[in-house]
Design a protein around this ligand. Structure first.
Ligand SMILES: Nc1ncnc2c1ncn2[C@@H]1O[C@H](COP(=O)(O)OP(=O)(O)OP(=O)(O)O)[C@@H](O)[C@H]1O
Length: 315
């Protein structure tokens, strides 16, 4: 069953130096209970996608075109009241910086109380404390931390608390936007394990946004690769990793250091494009080892090859 359907989504930002088209016609589905990895370099539009789904884009941005259906409802048509209701209860987002969802001057427990009150629950304080401490325990945070301030927790614990808050109202979809990027490798691995458990126990669909192909390989059922505001490849995680069809996916994969191997990290040659003036034709052509005149001229459509989607003239 499809939970989230994004169709031909175009989002732009008005900046002092001109208009930036951050998403240029993205169509993507998230199925119930699956982990979808959204992978791409910085600036490819991953965060914009997550924010658009939550309807949390800044005022100086526009959704120019497209539709986002969540559980059959058109998110882009919801009023403020319905949006408030949706956030946390249907879809949650966790960011790289846990302070995005934690108030430094409030104890952890108060965040849970506020969340339940905001959503109209009439639980007693003790009931919320019980729910929250159970949830913290599941997330691997000692329940007594409920009465601490965010700064009294480690970085990993803060992120676990942000995840617990995201899950407290049992949403159908959790968007995790670079949630391990600021953490060291050991804590990062633990958070990935935690997400695996969440998927198993709560059956929550997870959109796992990352620039790290290695992480997504451990977690995702399907992968969507983004480049310069467009999807370039979408498919089953294992198939995409074992047999990437788009040259950009290949480049991302060769940038992953192999565990226990001698292969060092290879940065992808060249720079991501300036999104105020994206390259003609295939946006990857200036960095692509296979590019021809056709790639400079013609935009490749995301076409179906087996059960994969690839936007490359030569895939
Ligand atoms: N608030 C903003 N104001 C103006 N431009 C923005 C804003 N946020 C993103 N952009 C631009 O939109 C494009 C997509 O950015 P986005 O943050 O969605 O990409 P990303 O893949 O999530 O990258 P990162 O991992 O660095 O956040 C980039 O060109 C970026 O400069």
């Amino acid at each position: 069953m499809t939970l989230l359907e994004i169709r031909n989504l175009k989002v732009s930002y008005n900046t002092r130096r001109g208009k930036v088209e951050a998403l240029s016609g993205v169509s993507l589905d998230v199925e119930q209970g699956e982990v979808l990895g959204v992978v791409g370099e910085s600036g490819s539009g991953k965060s914009t996608l997550g924010l658009a789904i939550m309807r949390l884009l800044p005022r100086y941005s526009q959704i120019e075109q497209g539709k986002i259906f969540f559980d059959g409802r058109d998110i882009l048509k919801l009023d403020d009241e319905a949006l408030r209701e949706m956030r946390g209860k249907e879809v949650s987002i966790v960011f790289q910086d846990p302070y995005s969802s934690l108030n430094p001057v409030r104890k952890i427990v108060d965040h849970f109380i506020e969340l339940f009150v905001e959503h109209g629950y009439t639980y007693e304080k003790e009931e919320i404390e019980k729910i929250a401490s159970q949830l913290l325990e599941k997330m691997g945070v000692p329940p007594e931390k409920l009465y601490d301030y965010p700064h009294q927790l480690s970085g990993g614990q803060r992120q676990r608390v942000a995840i617990a808050l995201g899950l407290a109202l049992n949403p159908k979809l959790l968007i995790a936007d670079e949630i391990t990027t600021a953490l060291d490798a050991l804590v990062e691995a633990q958070i990935v394990e935690l997400l695996k458990e969440i998927k198993k126990e709560y059956k929550t669909s997870i959109m796992f946004i990352t620039h790290n192909m290695g992480l997504v390989a451990q977690l995702a059922d399907r992968i969507a690769i983004m480049y310069a505001g467009k999807l370039v490849e979408v498919g089953k995680a294992r198939e995409v990793i074992e047999k990437p069809l788009h040259p950009y996916t290949k480049a991302l994969l060769s940038a992953v250091p192999r565990i226990g191997g001698s292969k060092a990290l290879q940065p992808i040659p060249g720079e991501p494009p300036d999104m105020r003036k994206p390259p003609s034709g295939c946006r990857f052509h200036p960095r692509c080892p296979l590019a021809t005149d056709l790639c400079v001229r013609e935009i490749p459509v995301l076409r179906n090859i087996g059960d994969r989607y690839v936007a490359c003239h030569y895939a």
